[in-house]
Ligand binder design. Sequence first.
Ligand SMILES: [Mg+2]
Length: 431
Amino acid sequence: MSNMKIIDIKTQDIRFPTSKDNLGTDAVHVDCDYSATYVTIFTDQKDLTGIGLTFTIGKGNDLCCTVIEYFKEFIIGKNIEEIEKDIASIWEKITNHSQLRWVGPQKGVTHLAAAAFFNAIWDLISKFHKKPLWRYIIELETRDLLDKLSFSYIDDVITKDEAAKIIDQKKSNLPSNLDDLNSTIFPAYTTAAGWLGYSDEKMKRLVEENLSKGWTHFKMKVGQDIERDIHRCKLVRELIGDNNKLMVDSNQIWSVNETIENIGKLKQFDILFYEEPTNPDDVLGFKKIKDAHPDINLATGEMIQNKVMFKQFIENKSLDYCQIDSCRIASINEILPVLLIASKFNTPVIPHAGGVGLCEYVQHLNLINKFIISNHELLLSEYAESCSEHFENPAIIKDGGYVTPTNPGYSVKIKDSSLNEFDYNNGTYWK
Ligand SMILES: [Mg+2]
C-alpha cells in the first residue's frame, strides 16, 4: 500500500445543457451550461483514484483541460506519500510554472486548472487515508497542515506562527471523540428560487416550496433593471416575512456609482448583504460603496482570483462576508490561508456554492473552518441544488443545513452514466 504510484491522469470536458432551463442565470451570465473540468488521477491500485474538478459555465472548459496537460509531469510516477509530503512545493511549482505563469499568474484559466488538479490530489490523499477530506485536515498535526499550505505573498498579513495559534486554540475545543462531529448540520441559505431568468410565478412557487422545507435565508439575483429588482425584492420580502433573511446578488454589473445609487433604492427591503455589486477586482471601489452606505454589508469572493486579492479585500475591510470559492482559487493549499486571514480579522466566511460540485466541496470547507479556524458566531453557507443528480454522493440537506459527509475523499465523483452522456467531445448528448 505504501508505494502506490500515480500512473496516469485523465481530463474530461463535461458540460450539462442547463441553459435550456435558465438555471444559473444572473445579470451577466445569461446562458450558462454548467460544466466541469473533470480530472481523474489513476494509481497502480485499481480502486484508488483521485477525482477533482473546477466549475465553468461552458465555453472555455476546454481551455482548462488543455492547461492541466502541462501539470501532469509534476506528479506522474510519484507515490502518494511523496506527493502528500511535498504538496506545498508542487503547488508553488505549478502555480509559478516558469512559462505558464505568463498567461496567469495565479489567476484565470491557469488557476482554475490548478484548482481542479489540486482538488483531485487532495481527494486522492484523503481517500488514501480512508477519511473524508474535512476529517483528514482537522486530524493533521497543526505544523504538518501549515507546511502543506501556501503563505507566499501574504506573510505581511498572517504568518505561520499566527496561523498555528489560531488553529491550536480552536483544536483545544474539539471533542475527544471526533466521531461526535459527524452529526453536525451546517446552516445554509438557498439561491435556487431567485435566478434572474425565472418568471414571478416560478420564483413565487420556489420561494414557497423552500419556505415549507425550512429555509430561512433567501438570495435573489438582481441587476438587469432596477425597477424590476425593486418589484422582485418586494415580492420575495412579502413572501418570506420580516423574520427571514433576504440577500441580493448583482454579479458585478454595476459601476461603483450605480451601486451606491441602487443600494439606496433596495435598502428598504432589509437586505442582509449585497453580493458582487461591482467589478470583483475593485478593492477600493468596494470601500467607497461602504463609505457611502455605512449601514449595509457587502459580500464577494466567487471571482476573487487569488489569496493576494482576498488579503487586500479583508485587510481593507472592503468586504463584510468572505465568499470563498472552492474552484476559483487553487484548492486547499490556498483556501485555508484565506480562511485563516478571515479568522484573524474576525470576518465571517460564507462559501460560494451552486455550480457543478461546489456544494459537494464547500461542505468540507465549512467544517474545516468551523472546527479549526473561525471564531465568528455566524455560520452560513450557500446551497443551490444544481446538477446534484449527476453525483454519486451529492451533498445532502436536512433542516436547512448541510449534513456532514462521512465517505472518504472530497465528494465530487460524477456517475459514469453522466460522464458518458455529457462529455463534450464524445458524449451521447453532444454527438
Ligand atoms: Mg454570486
